[in-house]
Design a protein around this ligand. Structure first.
Ligand code: PGA
Length: 246
């Protein structure tokens, strides 16, 4: 089975690091991309040069965020239109770090998804519960709320025949070295598969997992039914580790 591997470089890789990493490992990245789908998500400023370097290859370059607004007076924001113009074809939205550190709401995440679809950019929608949610057994209610706003927005904007990537990332697994148990993930992915199938009837989707994925745990994670790929943070910044995972 072919998997989707998304490297989320966050703000770990600065501009020069991103270009050097890509140039140094280009041949091996190319080889990996012939067997699996690879998306590399650097910071905004490194997007254009990486898109140019990855031109005519199977490696996709994605952004880590975009503005919920189309255009206008929004200092510091980057529009989905600009991302499309530079040739960016994927974009992460609703990452837990953005929801927590920048107070992103379900509604603004849904607006971002719509802006991306308007510009033919494939959204990588992140959802996930916090540690407190898990302790309070609120996980499914949180996931349901995060997804609901997307379903409502898609319906309101009559969006059909789109393809989504939905990344389940519990906040307590991100960058902690802690990965949910096989049973926990099996029930979450079965639930996601059923809820998303029901609500995205006219669209297609892939379910992926993120949170402390490394070369040791990914083989076991691949056994989770309905899991089709990975969103990889820390381990993707080290090429040897990323390659071992893929
Ligand atoms: P991590 O990050 O692999 O470092 O846990 C995953 C993510 O935040 O996307």
């Amino acid at each position: 089975m072919s998997y989707l591997f998304i490297a989320n470089w966050k703000m770990r890789m600065h501009f020069n690091d991103a270009i050097t990493y890509f140039k140094k490992n280009e041949t091996e990245l190319l080889a990996l991309s012939t067997k699996h789908s690879l998306v590399v998500c650097p910071s905004f400023v490194a997007l254009s040069p990486l898109i140019e370097l990855a031109q005519n290859t199977h490696i996709h370059i994605g952004a880590q965020d975009c503005s919920p607004f189309k255009d206008g007076s929004h200092t510091g924001e980057v529009s989905a239109i600009s991302l499309h113009e530079i040739g960016c074809d994927y974009c992460i939205v609703g990452h837990t770090e953005r929801r927590i550190q920048f107070n992103e709401t379900d509604e603004s995440v849904a607006e971002k998804v719509i802006r991306l679809l308007e510009n033919n950019i494939r959204p990588i929608l992140c959802i996930g519960e916090t540690e407190t949610d898990t302790i309070l057994t609120n996980t499914y209610a949180i996931l349901e709320r995060q997804l609901r706003s997307i379903f409502v927005a898609l319906h309101a904007h009559k969006k059909q025949n789109e393809h989504f990537i939905i990344a389940y990332e519990p906040a307590w697994a991100i960058g902690t070295g802690v990965v949910p148990t096989h049973e926990y993930l099996t029930s979450i992915f079965a639930w996601l598969q059923s809820v998303v199938t029901k609500n995205l009837a006219y669209n297609s989707f892939q379910l992926i997992y993120g949170g402390s994925v490394d070369e040791k745990n990914c083989a076991q994670l691949k056994r989770i039914p309905f899991l089709q790929g990975f969103l990889i943070g820390g381990a993707s910044a080290n090429f040897a580790q990323f390659k071992a995972i893929v």
